[in-house]
Design a protein. Sequence first.
Length: 151
Amino acid sequence: MAKSQATFSKKEKENKRLKKRQEKEEKKLERKANNNKGKSFEDMLAYVDENGNLSSTPPDPKNRVELNLEDIQLGAKKEVAVDPADLIRKGNISFFNENKGYGFIRDEKSQESIFFHVNGLLGQVKEKDKVSFEVEKGPKGFNAIKITPLT
């Protein structure tokens, strides 16, 4: 008798291929059985509740809040113009080095120390003088400018 041409590994590969084909057919039938194409529009809707969570039930119309379109802000907040009177501050010169041309002013209200340069002076000043000044944002913090001595 002649030996069969089909070896064990060939039979095993054929069985695996048939099994894969059968599993694929079963998955196809399962997808057809559970298909969602026949759902109604109402079943497909999702609602957002007051906490931002998705829900299948519509919100209660009694809890509805009316919004004005003007109240909705898109983009960055518009900067409110600052009153020029608020820009002018008062303080005392706590340190001043005339040779190097810089010093510090102690603000009366916030008690913070603000740097100034002689280029920002509008008159002659010395340590412990009372001055009025404006503040601008510099690369290392706030700088005092338009410094005028108070008498």
